[in-house]
Design a protein around this ligand. Structure first.
Ligand SMILES: *[C@@H]1O[C@H](CO)[C@@H](O)[C@H](O)[C@H]1NC(C)=O
Ligand SMILES: *[C@@H]1O[C@H](CO)[C@@H](O)[C@H](O)[C@H]1NC(C)=O
Ligand SMILES: *[C@@H]1O[C@H](CO)[C@@H](O)[C@H](O)[C@H]1NC(C)=O
Ligand SMILES: *[C@@H]1O[C@H](CO)[C@@H](O)[C@H](O)[C@H]1NC(C)=O
Ligand SMILES: *[C@@H]1O[C@H](CO)[C@@H](O)[C@H](O)[C@H]1NC(C)=O
Ligand SMILES: *[C@@H]1O[C@H](CO)[C@@H](O)[C@H](O)[C@H]1NC(C)=O
Ligand SMILES: *[C@@H]1O[C@H](CO)[C@@H](O)[C@H](O)[C@H]1NC(C)=O
Ligand SMILES: *[C@@H]1O[C@H](CO)[C@@H](O)[C@H](O)[C@H]1NC(C)=O
Ligand SMILES: [Cu+2]
Length: 566
């Protein structure tokens, strides 16, 4: 604990970091994250929210390619908490990954946990967030990973970098929203605003003066480090009269892609260049939801922030809004995603072509009958649920990683089906109601170290077809294909991009369609796999992949001494 007070303070230019980051006696960077409540005023009212270090969005973590750093987490809040480093692959180190009851027991109020973040191939932007209940609504922040010292970006060095963290704000306490929908079995209340860097923007009441403003100089290039930290909304984002050039997604560089809008799903990140090359004026940047599922209510509001050209001396009171595709424009979403191409030609990390492990998992919204003596707010008085290959995941009471490592029996079961247990027309317009009720269980899939995996995520039309941003912990994967309808291995594999697919950690599976990923299972450990729409996660759309140990230095590291206990 005392070590960090040490020597060099890095990134002096960022005042906020001064108190929270230092280096320890081994020269490794150490951050200090204190979970605590702070009052924030939004939409004309104030409420206490859980934060890290009193900040919302939380502090930015900065690292260089391949670096290892520590984050000392101290829970001074009222609730159990865990923190996850989204997109940090943590080679051999699932211990610090964070999902509650998957790789650790929660850090109880008053507790501490020193988490080690091992960066490997990440470069660009990712993020961190709480991984217990719905705490991540307010407990999240960006992670910037710079090129190795002395090396440069694969694009001209931008003049400035700017965080664009998209989120959602509820006027109520988020833990009440969470408890309410789990209790009544219905859908959670919609958020009251979408936010850019914590601010709803000046189209919302009482939000004008705090609206996020980006001051630009004509001719300069701004590196937008974008994170979708929203709980339940896939978002479109655009800047009025300006193009956006995407140069990376999920902390892997991609071929420059210039568009007038981008799409970003919860869990995803993007490195985007904005050239300040238009008439010096004021412009809006804006985001709003993509949500095409029938009968699913969503926040259809629009969040804005302002871009002000330094050269403009007469700020425009009502700048124009950018063009954003309609909320149901599925084509706009997937036209964008299939246009993202990886920058992997020279990479040793190649797209697997010889697949040893095939999997196809259905992703479904489900219902359970309402328990006797209760009234339930789900469709036809049922309780909403969700599943992966018809298993609605139940959290165990001690974490799966410890159960696996110490051979504790009865905590989880192997044998998550690698294919749907029942073949049916997954996306038929009408499906028998009896298919809708899943099984409950804590089922995991075991994947042999070194396997080359092809995993097809298949959406179904049970209850309602909807898009799912599926996230894998502990690895990145190549997003090799997307399509609509039921996956047909003979026809659809021919459409894969095996040349330059992007390397991602979260893939948006189209409504009534499928998405296919490939990767080599080279990171031993216990890794969470889940939908990043938090309501689906809360209903059970998750599972765990246990990647076995390899030989020699391909084994899980020993646990740290301060693992939180259940
Ligand atoms: C959710 O919305 C309903 C209907 O507007 C309201 O009665 C309820 O208080 C809300 N719950 C929370 C936790 O805000
Ligand atoms: C945006 O890009 C398109 C296609 O490259 C181009 O036609 C258009 O002029 C660009 N617009 C701006 C504002 O740069
Ligand atoms: C999207 O919604 C608009 C207006 O609500 C409607 O006119 C249009 O037909 C819808 N498009 C699709 C593809 O469903
Ligand atoms: C594919 O992998 C299997 C199992 O590792 C191996 O036996 C086989 O030789 C490989 N085939 C090719 C073409 O590389
Ligand atoms: C339902 O309520 C009745 C009357 O209050 C009670 O006798 C019965 O045990 C309850 N059933 C369940 C399943 O809780
Ligand atoms: C899921 O499992 C339940 C229980 O075995 C069964 O009734 C239901 O039909 C199954 N649904 C699907 C889609 O496999
Ligand atoms: C609700 O009940 C109606 C009538 O039985 C049925 O057609 C519909 O599919 C049900 N919806 C759900 C989601 O269970
Ligand atoms: C907090 O975590 C401990 C350890 O797992 C557990 O026993 C306790 O029930 C949790 N508290 C709440 C409020 O969930
Ligand atoms: Cu989902």
């Amino acid at each position: 604990m005392k070590m960090w007070l040490g020597k060099k303070i890095i990134f002096l230019q960022t005042l906020l970091c001064f108190s929270i980051v230092g280096t320890n006696s081994h020269g490794l960077k150490e951050y200090h994250f204190v979970l605590k409540e702070a009052h924030y005023r939004r939409l004309c009212s104030s409420k206490p929210i859980l934060t890290v270090n009193g900040q919302f969005p939380g502090p930015t973590v900065r690292a260089y390619y391949g670096e290892t750093i520590y984050v000392n987490v101290h829970n001074k809040g009222k609730y159990n908490i865990t923190l996850h480093w989204h997109g940090v692959k943590q080679p051999r180190n699932p211990w610090s990954d964070g999902p509650e009851y998957i790789t650790q027991c929660p850090i109880k109020p008053g507790g501490k946990f020193r988490q080690m973040l091992i960066f490997s191939i990440e470069e660009g932007t990712i993020w961190w967030h709480a991984h217990s209940d719905w705490a991540r609504a307010t407990v999240h922040g960006a992670i910037y990973i710079y090129p190795r010292k002395g090396e440069s970006y694969p694009f001209p060095t931008p003049d400035e970098e700017v965080p664009i963290v998209l989120g959602e704000w509820w006027k109520s306490d988020v833990s009440d929203v969470y408890e309410e929908f789990l209790r009544n079995g219905g859908s959670p209340n919609e958020s009251d605003a979408i936010t850019i860097n914590g601010q709803p923007g000046d189209l919302y009441p009482c939000s004008k003066s705090e609206t996020f403003k980006l001051n630009v100089h004509y001719g300069k290039t701004y590196h937008l480090r974008m994170v979708n930290a929203a709980m339940n909304l896939v978002l479109f984002f655009a800047v009025s009269k300006h193009n956006l050039t995407v140069v990376g997604v999920d902390s892997a560089y991609s071929k420059p892609l210039t568009r007038d809008y981008i799409c970003i799903a919860p869990g995803q990140t993007a490195d985007v260049l904005l050239h300040a090359n238009q008439e010096p004026n004021d412009y809006y940047m804006a985001a709003r939801a993509y949500s095409s599922a029938l009968g699913v209510a969503f926040n259809n509001g629009i969040t804005t922030a302002r871009i002000h050209y330094h050269e403009n001396h007469a700020p425009n009171k009502s700048p124009s809004l950018p063009y954003l595709p309609l909320y149901n424009d599925t084509k706009a979403v997937f036209d964008y995603y299939v246009s993202i191409k990886g920058l992997n030609e020279a990479d040793p990390y190649q797209v697997p072509t010889n697949i040893t492990t095939h999997m196809l998992t259905t992703l479904s919204i489900n219902t359970f009958p309402c328990p006797e003596n209760q009234t339930c707010a789900g469709p036809n008085g049922t309780r909403l649920a969700s599943s992966v290959n018809n298993i609605s995941f139940e959290n165990p009471t001690i974490d799966i990683l410890e159960a696996y490592y110490y051979h504790i029996k009865g905590v989880y079961h192997k044998g998550l089906p690698k294919f749907p247990p029942l073949k049916f027309d997954f996306n038929a317009e009408y499906l028998p109601l009896e298919l809708q009720i899943p099984k409950k269980g804590t089922k995991v899939a075991v994947i042999k170290f070194g396997s080359t995996v092809e995993l097809v995520f298949q959406g179904t039309n049970l209850v309602t077809g909807i898009d799912h941003p599926m996230h894998l912990h502990g690895t990145s994967f190549f997003a090799v294909g997307y399509g609509f309808g039921n996956f047909d291995k003979h026809k659809d594999r021919k459409t894969y991009n095996l040349i330059d697919p992007p390397l991602m950690n979260t893939i948006l599976v189209p409504k009534n369609g499928w998405a296919s990923i490939r990767y080599r299972a080279s990171n031993p450990g216990v890794w969470f796999v889940h939908c990043h729409l938090d309501r689906h996660l809360s209903w059970g759309m998750e599972t765990v992949f246990i990647v076995t140990n390899g030989e020699g230095d391909a084994e899980i590291l020993p646990p740290p001494p301060d693992m939180p206990q259940c």
